[in-house]
Design a protein around this ligand. Structure first.
Ligand SMILES: [Mg+2]
Length: 371
């Protein structure tokens, strides 16, 4: 009876405080894709406290997301029942009406929502995947990097490294100098042997350029062409999907912040695989709902980047195909968190001996990069 009361008390615990830390971390080499270049990455980390537990969530976003959490979302969530995560989510979404739901606001909500799900699992003393409801024990990864700023040697070393570690698929960037892409893709192919090869143009190409490139890529057995044209060109994506060689799947969705966005992509028949990012689409709550939308349309879901944050929800979403093991984020997550799962034969498995998402903030390391 006492333990029943104790469980009830933890279930009823109120959020005491929500804190935010913004860290900016230099890349280990200049990075670029078809449309932008960068040399640092900002992570906005949220900690939500209740009943001696700390829930951890984060988003890769502009520092403005951290301000929004501190100024608007933290006071809104404090005092609410920690275990009623969707109720807090509804309140956060309502509160950003005049700020604009897509973009920064959605990333800020994502970080808080993910922290609250982690907090709930810790309050109940279970791994996050157990709380969400497991559909698989581990998740398939694909290695992702192959930046357009890389030399051929860097490209070979990174993609070849993942291939030799047992990753089934790897992805590289294309589209900055489309005339050079067939040659770069051939370099990657020779480094990875029979490993699946995926490319991402980040919307850099127009329809005819993209179609022409797809016809060249098939010579190197490329199996995935991500954002061959802008993700806002739904007709263009659909055209590529219908006209590109049949073995190449068309993917997009990483800039999705809400369900209507994903519904529009799916309604247009624009993708063979939908991508979604829990750190953008308003957190684990938004990601799970996107999974349901994919199920309704019969389209598989692929998780975009942030592997440590996606691991548990990815094990709880039916139509999930794989999770992007993005070089930059894998490096940052190892740097800032204890308890990050390491890939084994190209898969990640949640550690069921650790409560919540299994992550603990390395405070002294985070402080070094904090703004
Ligand atoms: Mg992409």
């Amino acid at each position: 009876m006492t333990s029943q009361l104790a469980i009830r008390a933890r279930h009823d615990a109120a959020v005491e405080r929500v804190d935010v830390v913004v860290c900016t971390i230099p890349t280990d080499a200049p990075e670029s894709d078809g449309t932008i270049e960068w040399d640092e990455t900002t992570i906005v980390i949220v900690e939500a406290r209740a009943g001696d537990e700390i829930g951890l969530g984060y988003t890769y976003a502009d520092p403005a997301a951290g301000s929004l959490v501190a100024r608007r979302l933290a006071p809104l969530v404090a005092g609410r029942q920690a275990t009623s995560v969707p109720r807090a989510w509804e309140a956060m979404v309502a509160s950003v009406r005049n700020v604009g739901r897509p973009g920064i606001a959605s990333t800020a909500i994502a970080a808080v929502d993910s922290a609250l799900w982690d907090l709930k699992a810790r309050l109940l003393g279970v791994p996050l995947v157990t709380l969400l409801g497991s559909v698989r024990e581990s998740v398939e990864l694909y290695g992702s990097g192959g930046f357009t700023s890389y030399s051929d040697e860097q490209l070979e070393r990174q993609l070849g490294g993942w291939a030799s570690e047992g990753f089934r698929n790897v992805k590289m960037k294309v589209g900055r100098e489309p005339e050079r892409d067939p040659e770069r893709v051939a370099v990657a192919r020779s480094a990875i042997g029979k490993t699946g090869l995926m490319v991402d143009a980040n919307g850099a190409l127009d329809r005819k350029q993209a179609l022409a490139l797809a016809e060249r890529l098939v010579e190197q057995d490329v199996i995935w062409f991500e954002e061959p044209v802008s993700s806002d060109d739904l007709e263009g994506l659909r055209l590529l999907r219908d006209r590109a060689p049949v073995q190449i799947e068309i993917a997009a969705g990483e800039y999705g912040y809400d369900l209507p966005y994903f519904r529009r992509l799916l309604e247009a028949g624009a993708v063979d695989v939908l991508q979604a990012d829990a750190t953008r689409c308003a957190g684990i709550t938004g990601f799970l709902r996107t999974g349901a939308l994919c199920e309704a349309y019969g389209i598989p879901l692929s998780a975009h980047t942030s592997p440590a944050l996606h691991l548990h929800p990815c094990c709880a979403v039916g139509p999930l195909r794989d999770l992007e093991y993005f070089h930059d984020h894998a490096r940052i997550e190892r740097l800032l968190f204890d308890g990050v799962a390491e890939p084994v034969d190209g898969r990640l498995t949640p550690d069921l001996d650790r409560p919540g998402n299994g992550l603990e903030l390395k405070r002294t390391d985070a402080a070094r990069y904090a703004a």
